[in-house]
Design a protein around this ligand. Structure first.
Ligand code: ATP
Ligand code: MG
Length: 391
């Protein structure tokens, strides 16, 4: 018998399960020593030493953030013996039941050889709990708390109170994507949305020292680190865009500067995506949000993208985006003051109806390919999220 288990309920398809296990193990390796196994579509996590036992609550919280997990339960595991189960029940369910007025016992008996039927187990268990907590009443329709007794093949489990998991698909089951990560509110949300569909993220951030500061870079590292709680390990490429920006500023018409820079950033991102095996590019753009996100502006940026381009926030209001940013713990970081390279040489009158031919004519004034290659060559590769397991 052992106390303090976590039971996760997730997906039931085998390759998804394997990826989920890898992701769960990776997250737990940052907390303590746990044994992780899977049976009947349920992931079992057992602390293997006293230190891990102590951090079981933290582990349960971390598991609620792992995509692919639907429900997290802390459970007591014990022998499949009626007397043992009944003895364990009041103590284990005490915290959950003291705050409740009504309860019911729900029995799942997947081991059909167990010598008592589900109604018999529920009756006995309910009786023991009513004796132990006289303030309680049974309510089968709408109880404040449901106590679960599960008789499985290998052991019995008791749990009361469940935590909601993040849902979605395990990261790594949906291919690889390159997230263009600025320091703003939108791009981390865009990243989370694709990660929740199983996409493993690699990120690229453009900085432009000395116009942007060390603080701005740190902010992006902190954002990526916060994202890794849900998205797993993230490889982040930090690209110095200053030489490209200076070349554009010196050679091209001012009103087109932002869009020309966007196209250069997109070209660099596509080259990195090709090298890193990322099948798509992800941005935090939302229609009409700023001058560079009109339909025409988005079209001229898409025109230089040679792979699938996802803009998951395209139809969302800022408020809706902020809600997700708060729920995924990036809002606080994103709202720290900072300067983004896109705001450095912002034109006084940005063009919102750009013609592709004009942009191409401006770009023809530059021999930009060597500049892009040099920027990629000099990019810094940073792994965010700790640990060193390839998950
Ligand atoms: P965000 O809150 O994500 O910064 P925004 O509303 O500020 O978005 P823009 O600055 O126009 O909008 O950026 C649009 C998208 O372009 C961003 O969501 C991001 O995907 C990408 N992007 C912008 N700046 C950078 C940057 N410095 N590095 C990487 N990607 C960037
Ligand atoms: Mg931005």
């Amino acid at each position: 018998m052992k106390l303090g288990e976590i039971v996760l309920k997730g997906l039931n398809r085998s390759s998804f399960e394997q990826q989920l296990l890898t992701n769960v193990r990776y997250r737990l390796s940052r907390i303590g020593s746990f044994h992780v196994s899977i049976m009947q579509s349920t992931v079992y996590i057992r602390p293997t030493d006293a230190q891990a036992e102590e951090r079981i609550g933290e582990a349960a919280e971390a598991m609620c953030l792992v995509y692919g997990v639907v429900v997290v339960c802390r459970a007591a595991e014990c022998e499949k013996d009626m007397a043992t189960i009944l003895k364990l029940l009041p103590g284990y369910c005490k915290d959950a039941l003291l705050g409740a007025e009504t309860f019911k016992v729900l029995v799942r008996r997947s081991d059909k050889k167990f010598p008592f039927t589900s109604p018999e187990i529920a009756g006995e268990a309910g009786g023991v709990l009513l004796d132990a907590f006289p303030h309680l009443r049974v309510d089968l329709e709408k109880p404040d708390m449901t106590v679960y007794v599960e008789i499985r093949d290998h052991a019995a489990y008791i749990h009361a109170g469940r935590l909601a998991g993040a849902g979605g698909m395990p990261v790594g089951t949906g291919g690889k994507g390159l997230l263009m990560l600025s320091g703003g509110i939108d791009s981390p949300v865009a990243g989370h949305m694709l990660a929740k569909r199983g996409v493993r993220l690699t990120a690229v951030h453009f900085e432009s020292p000395p116009y942007t500061s060390e603080r701005a870079r740190q902010k992006v590292l902190d954002l990526a680190d916060a994202m890794s709680a849900r998205c797993g390990r993230i490889q982040l490429f930090v690209v110095n865009a200053a030489p490209v920006m200076e070349a554009l500023r010196d050679a091209c018409q001012e009103d087109l500067f932002t869009l020309l820079l966007r196209r250069m950033m997109m070209r660099i991102s596509c080259k990195i995506a090709a090298r890193e095996g990322c099948e798509c590019i992800i941005t935090g753009e939302s229609l009409g949000q700023v001058a560079s996100q009109t339909m025409k502006s988005l079209a001229v940026t898409s025109a230089v993208c040679d792979r699938l381009l996802f803009r998951p926030l395209i139809g969302m209001d800022k408020e809706e985006i902020i809600q997700i940013a708060r729920a995924t713990d990036t809002f606080e970081i994103s709202t720290r003051p900072f300067e983004d390279c896109c705001t450095v040489f912002t034109p006084k009158h940005p063009n919102t109806k750009p013609r592709l031919e004009r942009l191409e004519a401006e770009e023809a004034k530059l021999d930009f390919e060597p500049l892009l290659d040099a920027a990629i060559e000099a990019a810094e590769r940073i792994v965010v999220g700790g640990g060193n397991r390839a998950d």
